[in-house]
Design a protein around this ligand. Structure first.
Ligand code: SF4
Length: 100
């Protein structure tokens, strides 16, 4: 495995949504429909590459590098402040309400 690959893994990010705070406005779905989707309960959930929604509380999915900016913008503009983006390596939140 090359160094650059290891670095990429080190910086891998994942995202989860706190549905308790989700307003269901769908901004995240507009920004990154590959990662976010509104379920029939009107709340947003993350989904994986298999297109399956992860409906368990706190469930997270990897953030594809190509969608990183869209996911970060979603977290920034989320009216519920409930999109959390964290590093896989140490679970530190890097974008979202709990980011430093
Ligand atoms: S942007 Fe935030 S509040 Fe709006 S639907 Fe997505 S997760 Fe819910």
């Amino acid at each position: 495995m090359s160094t650059s690959t290891e670095t990429a893994v080190d910086e891998a990010l994942e995202v989860w949504i706190d549905q308790d705070l989700c307003t269901g406005d769908g901004i995240c779905v507009q920004y990154a429909p590959e990662v976010f989707e509104l379920d029939i309960d009107g709340l947003a959930y993350v989904k994986g590459e298999d297109e399956e929604l992860r409906t368990e509380p706190g469930a997270c999915v990897p953030v594809p590098l190509t969608l990183l900016q869209d996911v970060v913008d979603s977290a920034k503009d989320c009216p519920g402040d409930c999109i959390h983006v964290r590093r896989v390596r140490d679970a530190v939140e890097v974008h979202g309400p709990d980011a430093e």
